[in-house]
Design a protein around this ligand. Structure first.
Ligand code: ZN
Length: 294
């Protein structure tokens, strides 16, 4: 494995702006609640934050909004809505209702988008096409409220290894088909439905460059980490930027080429390594790796 090397930055790709680094709080969730993460970002000069809903609710939405505002942080997303497919109509309606609450929470904290992890197969089902149709129906049901609140929905395609249990939208192409079908206005006007480009999930896709270009203004978020070749856990073994094999500078260049001027959001699930460390150390390493490896 290439240790902490990182890739050479392709010609024409500018160095990352340290003012455009965001912390997805999954990275520090084992040791810090949201209040501590907000303070930590401020202390380290990290200007963006992307909270998870459980931590947001634990802190209190109003308190979190006030603390985020007080430190002048940009909320690069709220994680997460979605999880639409379910075995019964009542459960699907409950999922939609929960997504509507998520839109309200995202609006309350000024989030730039609500990230959607769309959900996998319903309990006991093998009907993948049916699950994908339920995702489409779920997003369609939430979209008007999102549009009215000014909170765009960002579909995050997940690596296909999560198709059964987390997300049956697995490529940017699939996500963009949904965007174009459900939010045709987004081509010209404000984007109500776009995508979160998380390198962990899409780095392997032979169509990645073309699909990022196709996304254009629909790129609403860019999540970064790295892919460890010796992955020890399907969910909680993401690498720090530079510790794996993802060509981060190249992908960031493709993302920037769409006109995306937003943040690079570090999102690292790492039960065996980064979650065990002092979050102050983790944030310092995130900043350094963002500059050197992205
Ligand atoms: Zn992500």
């Amino acid at each position: 494995m290439k240790p902490q090397g990182g890739s050479t930055r392709p010609q024409g790709v500018a160095a990352p702006d340290p003012q455009r680094l965001s912390l997805n709080t999954a990275t520090t969730k084992e040791r810090w609640g949201l209040a501590q993460a907000i303070e930590g970002c401020a202390r380290h000069g990290i200007r963006g934050i992307s909270p998870w809903r459980d931590q947001l609710q634990a802190m209190g939405v109003a308190q979190a909004a006030a603390a985020i505002r007080a430190h002048g942080l940009t909320v690069t997303g709220l994680c997460r809505g979605g999880l639409f497919p379910a075995a019964t109509a009542a459960l699907r309606a409950a999922a939609i209702a929960d997504n509507l609450r998520a839109v309200e929470e995202a609006h309350a904290i000024g989030a730039q988008c609500l990230v959607l992890v769309v959900g996998g197969l319903p309990e006991g089902s093998r009907d993948l096409a049916g699950a994908r149709e339920q995702v489409r129906e779920g997003i369609a049901a939430v979209l008007p409220a999102a549009r009215a609140a000014g909170v765009p929905l960002a579909i995050e395609p997940l690596h296909p290894m999560y198709a059964a249990d987390r997300a049956c939208v697995n490529t940017l192409a699939q996500a963009l088909d949904l965007c174009e079908a459900l939010d045709p206005q987004g081509v010209q006007g404000p984007v109500a439905l776009g995508v979160a480009v998380d390198v962990y999930h899409v780095w392997w896709d032979p169509q990645l460059e073309a699909q990022i270009a196709r996304a254009g203004r629909r790129v609403l978020a860019h999540h970064i980490c790295d892919w460890r070749v010796q992955t020890r856990d399907l969910l909680t073994d993401r690498g720090m930027m530079g510790d794996g094999v993802i060509d981060l500078p190249r992908i960031r260049g493709w993302v920037r080429a769409t006109g995306y001027a937003g943040f690079d959001e570090v999102e690292i699930f790492s039960a065996l390594d980064w979650w065990t460390r002092d979050p102050d150390e983790v944030l310092a390493v995130c900043k350094e790796r963002h500059q050197r490896c992205c």
